[in-house]
Design a binder for this molecule. Sequence first.
Ligand code: NAD
Ligand code: ZN
Length: 361
Amino acid sequence: ETVAIRTLDKNYFVKVGNGAMDGLAPFLKENFPALTSLLVITDETVGRLYLQELENRLEGQQLHVKVVPSGEEAKTFDVYYGCLSFALEKKLDRKSLILAFGGGAVGDLAGFVAATFMRGIPFIQIPTTILAHDSAVGGKVAINHPLGKNMIGAFHQPEAVFYDLRYLETLPQSERRSGFAEAIKHALIKDAEFYEWLLDNVTRLDAIQDSILEGLLVKGIRIKGDIVEKDEKELGVRAFLNFGHTLGHAIEGECGYGRITHGEAVLIGMLFALKLSKEILGLSFDSSGFRDWIEKLGYKSAIPEGVSADNLLQRMKQDKKSTGGKVMFVLLKETGSPVKMEISDELLLSRLNEFQRRGSV
Ligand code: NAD
Ligand code: ZN
């Protein structure tokens, strides 16, 4: 299936499905006839599994490959600098193109290299994780700073996204959970029916039927695309995509990146946001049904042991989505209709403590 994404900057498509990658070489030939060279940025894991195959597909092109560490370690200033040096050494120019081949970490890094090398060259996203159905669309690219995640970045839309679901077969279980959490998020903020459909159709993550997986990823991509179309630079509705992320990012930071996946942390953040939504906005939602479902899928529904509420609050205040030290939360009035609200420190602290004591909502 093909999903069209329209932004002020650029229109492009996301090709989704088994075999989507067959479209890459023809796309390059047609749209970049004067291409001087291609730089593939991939990580160690994806490189080991799939680089050979990619190289075979691109036979005849001037190809350079930069392999970076797997996971969040790809998004450091050193790795970024290394990519720029490599690009300069290999004499990439404005007629070159970067291929981001991997999960969200590689996509964010490679996209940021593309955004800043010679003031910006084109790039293509080739996502290989479930999570990347989210990160590969929308043009946000970034690396981390020790003082904060995604603090150095840009908006740079890809030329196209080739999302071949065959790559997902090798994805570890925890990474499946991480990515699927963003699909749950897309449903909760935009589409109550989609949420019900997920509840009924997804009962395990190790063996989701191909047709169901493709369906839910396409749906998630459409929702993300719609929001980005309305608000490319996050002045309004794009902020709703942060549902679950205010607390999620803080948990990730407190646990240390790598000890809990992004999506697993966001899922706990969503549970907490649902709790606040019920209390503050009178949301009607079957939380215990939700909790049972996600626990069956292997998610944790509580803040990890040893993480203090005070530290979480401090982190939420430092988040770049907070302004003037005020913590903003995305809450739900109803399933599918989010609002953005400031939540006071006192209320947050008390509800966090409660949430921790009871283990869940
Ligand atoms: P990731 O890129 O770190 O991939 C997770 C792990 O899976 C890595 O160890 C990777 O090597 C491995 N992997 C990737 N593909 C594989 C495959 N096919 N088979 C086996 N292993 C594979 O992480 P992610 O979860 O894809 O993305 C998380 C990142 O995305 C975070 O840095 C987050 O900030 C970013 N993100 C960005 C946006 C955005 O809009 N730009 C949105 C959401 C998340
Ligand atoms: Zn996320």
